[in-house]
Design a binder for this molecule. Sequence first.
Ligand SMILES: [Zn+2]
Length: 90
Amino acid sequence: MSQVATPFGSRCEELKEPIEGGDFEPLITVGADDVIYMTVGLVDLEEDEPGLVDHPMFFCPFCGSKLQTPEDVRAKAGAEGEDENDEDTV
Ligand SMILES: [Zn+2]
């Protein structure tokens, strides 16, 4: 029992596909912090490429099973964002 690779994907076949994405660029991604994000929109930047607006995904959009909690996300992604001070260490 040493399966660590895809904690989310292993739960749901339908979710696995967009995450592990084959021929297309998935709008559902697992970040470096192991938090699963969905892209909810595009935003116009002043550059050529549009920016992606990501939001943590708490429930599977396909089967409705719970993927993670806001607490999980905060704990995993924690160090970044908002305007806490930057003194966090690695
Ligand atoms: Zn699912």
